[in-house]
Write a protein that binds this ligand. Structure first.
Ligand SMILES: [Zn+2]
Length: 58
């Protein structure tokens, strides 16, 4: 679990509330509040869920 202000590294993060994807392209990028719902907690999208398609989608 990651939250606003963290620098979790390059990857794709999924808003825990609305599921919006936020992609960080650099290891020094900082997570910001969700642009859609303003929630501030994310899950990281793992490579294995990418290969399974929209596994995170509700
Ligand atoms: Zn959101």
């Amino acid at each position: 679990m990651y939250k606003k202000g963290d620098k979790p590294g390059r990857g794709i993060y999924i808003c825990k509330k609305c599921g919006l994807k936020l992609e960080l392209e650099n290891n020094f990028d900082v997570l910001t509040a969700c642009s859609k719902c303003k929630f501030e907690v994310y899950n990281k999208l793992s490579i294995s869920s990418v290969s399974h398609g929209m596994a995170f989608h509700k």
